[in-house]
Design a protein around this ligand. Structure first.
Ligand code: BDP
Length: 681
């Protein structure tokens, strides 16, 4: 198994009773109209049934009152309370009926039915109904026009711009199938650090060729835009959003795009962030910039997704507070076609962050959440980190804006503030590696993001079990070992990487341990800015005695985190500068607790290896070997992280490694040298 099929392997059904049940409904596939998306659904069903049951089932338009088949039914408005993309699957008139108000809903229902069959579940009394909780369920590709991927660890970009539009790689269709099977309905093809070339006619026709494939699977295509394109591409003297010429240029541009891509999704914008141009270059606000683009979309269905990932190079500021400070004053000022996209945490996709204080504090502006699926800070493609618990931790966090139970999920799905447009975005981890994601287990993160974007109430465990059964093995015991490994993997990673609320958004490669890094072109691009280690202690004081970032949260949230004695350990160093000898709730001092985490975290990778080995007999040999080898790398790198942190922090704490743990064999200088190798050109 080379991993190419992802969770769409459709392995033959082995349970004879179940197989007999399914076979009763294989006389035909009833597809009532010729719609393109319905055709995709029929084809997928035909492919799936052939592999699951070994039988080719014919697709027919004229099935009248025949029974014994699987039938698609488009419901007319009145007879269903479902959202347009929702579906129902039930037994009726001797058929399995998949119904929805839209073709897209039928496609999602078809994938749900196939999932049900892959899991070998009975269809007696079958009745499944499901609707997406969020409207825009989107992948963000950070893919560059030259084929590289920013923070991508699975090879080169899937999009072959130099071959398009004439040659359309068949892989685009498999990409679309995989996403549609999860309910993902949008994809942004290019990096948020955008190239203006995507706004040229040359590239628009290339994008249109990709969009033609996506459309068959209900996926809309979006582009990231370079805010200064009116100047660089259009030759205008300015890109000022209030300049009439600039506004006219964007209107014209959007019209040009819709000519080639009638269902174009919209724009994603990173502006005035990390050196990207934006409205502030002209003394205008984020709202001015976003609203100008929204105006260009007025005649169309498309939207503008404006990112809130901003922080200024101010040596005295706490980067944590930046997005809130810039965006909260703009609440209510955005055009209804704008969604503001907020990273899950206030800084930058760390292994653990508190939820962003923007959630709940912009009741008049639809806020979408942005998760990072690609493992920029999670060990690239060599560490196994199952991310559903990271996504869930944010979604389940209580903002308390409208009293208790005001979770981030309720902000994002619109139920708290009544947003009409709701969005969940994930920065993709795909590339042209044969198995799509580099690390075979990283496929589960794409899967989990997609499933949660449809239904954020699914549990991490349920999603893991599902993914394992569809992708790796249906053997129950083996599945239990693998899901156990997956479910603990994030905490294990945090323990050896950033325990007790440490963070690590330093420069360099985001791969190697560099807690000593103290030089950068700005203070918040150093490691020492974040951990604040000194002879007294460790951590960033964000209470009133420090940056007071905590004040951006509701009082109930502040209460959870403002007292260092009561702050849960996972968040402690996010909010407090704690003395090395301070006794923690575990009975250990901060220094002892840190060492304990670093050591047990790194040693737990051995436990992960054992779990994987216990599943060996029930795994494909190629997949087994690939993951086993990557776990060896992970073990080596976990020790590297442990030793780097322990030796570096020891220079401040000036205490021995606690009894029971073997002090690192290498010196700090030796580790620094090994890290520097990764930074050489
Ligand atoms: C950071 C990445 C950087 C991205 C940036 C962003 O290091 O490559 O461009 O986020 O989200 O995590 O814009």
């Amino acid at each position: 198994d080379d991993g190419y099929q992802l969770w769409l392997k459709y392995e033959a059904v082995t349970n004879p009773t179940i197989k007999a049940e399914y076979l009763k409904y294989t006389a035909f596939i009833g597809q009532p109209t010729e719609g393109k998306i319905l055709q995709s659904a029929s084809q997928e069903l035909q492919t799936g049934l052939k592999k699951l049951l070994g039988k080719t089932v014919n697709i027919t338009n004229s099935f009248g009152s025949r029974s014994g088949g699987i039938v698609f039914k488009i419901e007319t408005g009145a007879d269903s309370a479902q959202k347009p993309e929702g579906y129902q699957i039930k037994l009726s008139g001797g058929n399995i009926v998949v119904s929805s108000k839209t073709e897209q809903g039928i496609l999602y229902g078809t994938f749900a039915l196939l999932r049900h069959m892959q899991m070998q579940e009975t269809i007696k009394g079958l009745s499944i109904a499901s609707s997406p909780k969020v409207r825009y369920r989107m992948l963000n590709h950070w893919d560059n026009p030259d084929g590289t991927i920013e923070r991508g660890y699975a090879g080169q970009s899937l999009w072959k711009w130099y071959e398009l539009p004439e040659r359309v790689d068949p892989r685009y269709e498999d990409y679309a199938r995989a996403n549609a099977s999860l309910g993902i309905n949008g994809t942004v093809l290019n990096n948020v650090n955008a190239s203006a070339r995507f706004m040229s006619q040359e590239y628009i026709v290339k994008v249109a060729a990709v969009a033609n494939v996506m459309r068959k699977y209900g996926i809309k295509t979006y582009l990231s835009v370079y805010f200064a394109a009116p100047k660089t591409l259009g030759g205008l003297p300015t890109s000022d959003p209030l300049d009439p010429q600039v506004r006219a240029w964007w209107k014209e541009k959007v019209a040009q795009i819709y000519k080639e891509i009638p269902d174009f999704g919209g724009f994603l914008v990173k502006a005035n962030s990390e050196g990207e141009p934006g409205p502030q270059d002209y003394g205008r606000t984020h709202a001015d910039g976003a609203n100008m683009l929204a105006e260009a979309f007025r005649p169309y269905d498309g939207i503008v997704v404006w990112r809130a990932f901003v922080y200024k190079a101010d040596p005295n500021a706490d980067r944590f507070k930046a997005a809130y400070e810039e965006f909260v004053p703009l609440d209510g000022k955005f055009d209804p076609k704008v969604i503001v996209q907020v990273k899950n945490g206030p800084i930058d996709f760390q292994p653990r962050e508190p939820f962003s204080p923007l959630f709940g504090n912009m009741p008049k502006t639809p806020l979408g959440v942005e998760f990072q699926i690609t493992q920029e800070y999670l060990g690239f493609a060599t560490h196994a980190v199952y991310e559903a618990p990271i996504f869930k931790e944010c979604l389940d966090s209580d903002t308390f804006v409208n009293g208790s139970g005001s979770t981030v999920a309720k902000v994002v799905d619109g139920s708290l503030h009544g947003y009409a447009r709701t969005l969940m975005a994930g920065v993709a981890n795909t590339g042209n590696s044969r198995n799509w994601t580099g690390h075979p287990l990283a496929q589960a993160n794409w899967y989990a993001f997609g499933r949660l974007s449809w239904d954020h109430q699914l549990s991490s465990a349920q999603i893991a079990q599902e993914w394992v059964a569809l992708t790796l093995t249906r053997n129950q015991k083996a599945g239990e070992h693998i899901t156990a490994l997956m479910l603990r993997s994030r905490e294990i990673y945090v323990d050896y990487n950033t325990p007790i609320g440490l963070s690590r958004p330093w420069m360099g490669v985001h791969f190697a341990p560099e807690p000593w890094q103290n030089k950068g072109s700005r203070p918040d691009w150093t490691a020492v800015y974040y951990h604040r280690a000194d002879s007294i202690g460790l951590g960033f004081d964000r209470t009133a005695s420090g940056s007071n970032a905590l004040a951006q949260y509701r009082p109930e949230v502040q209460q959870q985190w403002n007292n260092p004695d009561k702050t849960p350990l996972p968040y402690l160093l996010w909010f407090h500068h704690v003395r090395w000898d301070q006794k923690l709730s575990t009975g250990r001092s901060l220094w002892e607790e840190l060492c304990t985490r670093f050591y047990t975290g790194a040693d737990s990778v051995v436990w992960m290896q054992q779990q994987w080995d216990l599943a060996k007999e029930n795994l494909d040999t190629q997949v087994y070997a690939d993951v086993a080898e990557r776990l060896k790398v992970q073990r080596r790198e976990a020790l590297w992280w442990r030793d780097a942190w322990v030796l570096y922090l020891q220079t401040f704490a000036r205490q021995p490694v606690p009894a029971g743990f073997n002090p690192p064999k290498q010196t700090l200088d030796e580790i620094k040298r090994s890290v520097n190798v990764y930074l050489m050109r």
